[in-house]
Design a protein around this ligand. Structure first.
Ligand SMILES: Nc1ncnc2c1ncn2[C@@H]1O[C@H](COP(=O)(O)OP(=O)(O)OP(=O)(O)O)[C@@H](O)[C@H]1O
Length: 365
């Protein structure tokens, strides 16, 4: 049985539809990341599940119980906010006990739950401190602890790491990954940060334009994005989308011609594609490499070089103005203004419909 099920959830604010028939099933103990651009409805969906917002239609089920008409406190859901909203005048222990005391949980039970959560989060030594005496990372753990003591069936985390600096964020991400092994509940987190989603989530839900665009494991979404939006949104730097046309032929796989004339042999089955049909060729940087200008079919001028230490991203502009990103070795010697050749790994190229709405399945799918 799914832990959480959303069925045809929709929501408008005034005349603006923000969620359009969203359906999703989350398995027990699964960690799901909602990923999408600003305004795509991630927080609204989370708030509907938590009961802080009412949907206009649709159903929310948790462990076989319909919860969308229940008040937030009765849903079996605990939410951790981006601004963790700890009570500054209370100690960590009091912060964690507050909700339980209000819910009438007996004191020995509260003490036991706090001790257990503090152990899981390794904040036993901080229990008598006030939030002002703690670092951002410690405060975030207390906020998570406050959710853990409620023993929810589902945790909802809204941008849980976004207030932390880069180093602490990476560390807390690892801690969150470890924590989830120790809690017996499903977990949904909202994030802007795809590295966070890719590293933590069992499955990612990519939202855009009011709808779920794709649900899948991080690697599945990276390797087989369902449409041009997902292709460009997931992965950094973004995938290049090059306008191309399908060339006539009886090959098993489709050969396409880029606007500038170069041809690329893909691994996308030829059948189902119409001769001359416009398509969009998707290329990740790791599938475009540098080659001596005279030996390659594509010539380009380097416009930007991004050195990351272990590898270098080379942004290059083709004669027809198309920009492509190639990946080179860490010690790459290329410089802005250089003329370079580009070699495309057609086996790894993606083909999307020209309007970006769909993907032509490749041989691996
Ligand atoms: N209370 C509200 N009243 C009116 N419009 C709202 C309200 N809350 C959200 N919206 C609108 O609904 C849309 C979705 O907002 P939501 O906060 O869910 O997006 P999001 O994906 O979480 O964005 P962000 O990543 O910026 O937090 C946006 O267009 C937003 O302006």
């Amino acid at each position: 049985m799914a832990s959480l099920a959303l069925k045809d959830v929709h929501k408008s604010y005034g005349d603006t539809l923000v969620l359009d028939r969203v359906s999703l099933e989350v398995a027990a103990r699964e960690l799901i990341a909602f990923l999408g651009p600003s305004g795509s409805g991630k927080s609204t969906l989370l708030r509907i599940i938590a009961g802080l917002e009412t949907a206009d239609g649709g159903e929310v089920w948790l462990e076989g119980r319909r919860i969308d008409a229940l008040p937030p406190g009765d849903r079996g859901v605990a939410m951790v906010f981006q601004h963790y909203a700890l009570y500054p005048h209370m100690t960590v222990r009091e912060n964690m006990a507050f909700g339980l005391r209000n819910a009438g949980v007996p004191k020995p039970e509260i003490d036991a739950r706090i001790a257990q959560a503090a152990h899981v989060l390794e904040i036993e030594a901080q229990l008598e401190k006030k939030p002002g005496q703690m670092s951002g990372g410690q405060r975030q753990r207390v906020a998570i602890g406050r959710a853990i003591v409620k023993q929810p069936k589902l945790f909802l985390l809204d941008e849980p790491l976004s207030n932390l600096d880069a180093a602490l964020r990476t560390r807390t991400r690892v801690e969150l990954a470890q924590l989830r092994q120790r809690v017996d509940a499903a977990l949904i987190m909202v994030t802007h940060d795809q590295a966070e989603a890719m590293t933590l989530a069992d499955r990612m839900v990519v939202l855009n334009e009011r709808r779920i665009q794709q649900v899948g494991t991080p690697m599945d979404i990276y390797a087989r994005p369902a449409n041009a939006f997902v292709a460009r949104f997931v992965g950094s730097p973004a995938m290049t989308l090059a306008p191309a046309t399908v060339m006539p032929g009886n090959d098993r796989f489709a050969r396409v011609r880029l606007a500038g004339g170069a041809e690329v042999m893909t691994r996308v089955p030829r059948n189902g594609l119409v001769d001359g049909a416009p398509v969009s060729l998707g290329l990740r940087p790791e599938h475009v490499s540098l080659a001596p200008a005279e030996a390659a079919t594509l010539q380009a001028e380097v416009i930007l070089v991004e050195r990351l230490g272990d590898r270098t991203f080379v942004y290059a502009c083709l004669a027809d103005g198309l920009e492509m990103i190639a990946q080179d070795i860490g010690s790459s010697a290329v410089r802005v203004g250089d003329r370079v050749g580009l070699r495309i790994d057609g086996d790894a190229a993606h083909l999307f419909e020209a309007d970006g709405t769909g993907r032509h399945a490749d041989a691996a799918t």
